[in-house]
Design a protein around this ligand. Structure first.
Ligand SMILES: *Cc1c(COP(=O)(O)O)cnc(C)c1O
Length: 406
């Protein structure tokens, strides 16, 4: 069966060029970068080159790049490490309600250590309001962590503006840029970012490798103690193949990101227009404009996300839903609830995220299948039956009517 992979915010395939770059470091160049003989030095040079290349891509210095095991570790390290190292300056952190769990659960863990955390609400597009952010800053606030772009609804936050507000108040600024790095241009100096998390497998690089940018002068306690790797700040023998793979994937991604973005936006907007025009009781989640080029997130009323996903999976279409049932929880996505969706609408949500070579034909085929699936599911839905009998209203249609008359 033909497979159509539209879940690139979840993970991406590793590019052939990236594998080719990585391969020698598993075999003939397997040395430990800490060893002084040539085999070790070759590996050490490869890590140094990757570090320099990644630094250049974000306008940082190589000394400010630290390799990690992925985005989650980078988020944990930035937030826990900074909070613990700067506790004498204050006890309060600010984040947003729509962060990835790598940030949210890290903040919750810090609350157990006695830190106080403000979880900023977002507006209906998923945007943090800079003025609300300013108002949340207290004299004891030490760190703010606001994601660059959201992994579920694709909303891109006003990072430069938020970082400037943080700095005016002497607050350090971290951003989880896992979904944005390799896709959106990022200049950490211009944007005023103090720490930034990145992951390899969201940009056609390998899983299990990521990086944390830590601006010079920012104090962060170690998360992993041991040897002197990463200038004594993160122990464990370097994941040399992963590191060179991450750098190669990022170089390739940025070399073509303008072209990819333009192509994806055309497909994305075509898909959104088609779905909203052809499927009744549907709404777009996230900002229409401040949005990642590869993200489509739509809620369908009178639909249960789980059933929709299963039927689409049976047709070879790999997508994800705003219902978290698959991950063992019955609650709908915290992101969809934070943008104000009622539970029943958040449950019937679909996320399609395009890859660098996703075609219009693939997306059109997926939408054809989606239409079929939704009409089957609605035919069997008692809720839809109620709606057709005039017993319940369509909340999405009411929202549209309210917007139209406003
Ligand atoms: C995927 C993701 C992470 C976690 O990255 P891993 O490398 O899988 O640990 C963190 N934040 C965001 C926004 C993500 O999309």
């Amino acid at each position: 069966m033909k497979q159509i992979y539209l879940d690139n915010a979840s993970t991406t395939p590793v590019r052939a060029e990236v594998i080719e770059t990585m391969l020698p470091y598993f075999t003939e160049e397997f040395g430990n970068p800490s060893s002084i003989y040539p085999l070790g030095q070759t590996a050490s040079d490869a890590v140094a080159e990757a570090r320099a290349s990644l630094a250049a891509l974000i306008n940082a210095s190589p000394k400010e790049i630290y390799f990690t095991s992925g985005g989650s570790e980078a988020d944990n390290w930035a937030i826990k490490g900074f909070a613990r190292a700067n506790r004498s300056k204050g006890n309060h952190l600010i984040t947003s309600a729509i962060e990835h769990y790598a940030v949210l659960h890290t903040c919750q863990a810090l609350e157990k250590e006695g830190f106080e955390v403000t979880y900023l609400p977002v507006n209906s597009d998923g945007l943090v309001d800079p003025e609300e952010f300013r108002a949340a800053i207290r004299p004891d606030t030490i760190l703010a962590s606001i994601m660059f772009a959201n992994n579920e609804i694709g909303t891109i936050e006003p990072i430069g503006e938020l970082a400037a507000i943080a700095h005016e108040a002497g607050v350090a600024f971290h951003t989880d840029a896992v979904q944005a790095f390799g896709h959106e241009p990022i200049d950490v100096a211009e944007l005023g970012i103090n720490m930034m998390s990145v992951s390899g497998h969201k940009l056609n690089g390998p899983k299990g490798v990521g990086m944390l940018y830590i601006r010079k002068g920012i104090k962060v306690a170690n998360l992993i103690d041991g040897g002197q790797q990463e200038r004594g700040r993160r122990a464990t023998t370097e994941n040399v193949p992963g590191i060179v793979g991450l750098a190669r994937a990022a170089e390739l991604a940025y070399a073509e990101s303008d072209d990819v973005r333009e192509r994806q936006i055309a497909i994305r907007d075509h898909a959104i227009d088609r779905i909203l025009a052809e499927i009744p009781h549907a709404r777009l989640n996230g900002s229409a404009t401040a949005r990642l080029s590869n993200n489509i997130n739509i809620s369908f009323e009178f639909i249960e996300g789980e059933g929709m996903l299963l039927q689409l999976a049976a047709k070879g279409i790999c997508v994800s839903s705003g219902s978290a049932c698959t991950s063992g929880s019955l609650d709908p996505s915290h992101v969809l609830l934070a943008i104000g969706l009622p539970h029943e609408i958040a449950h019937g949500s679909l996320r399609m995220t395009l890859g660098r070579d996703t075609t219009l034909e693939e997306v059109d085929y997926a939408i054809d299948c989606l239409k079929q699936t939704l009409s089957n599911l609605r035919m069997m839905s008692p809720l839809y039956e109620d709606y057709k009998n005039g017993n319940v209203a369509s909340l999405i249609d009411q929202e549209k009517a309210a917007k139209a008359s406003a």
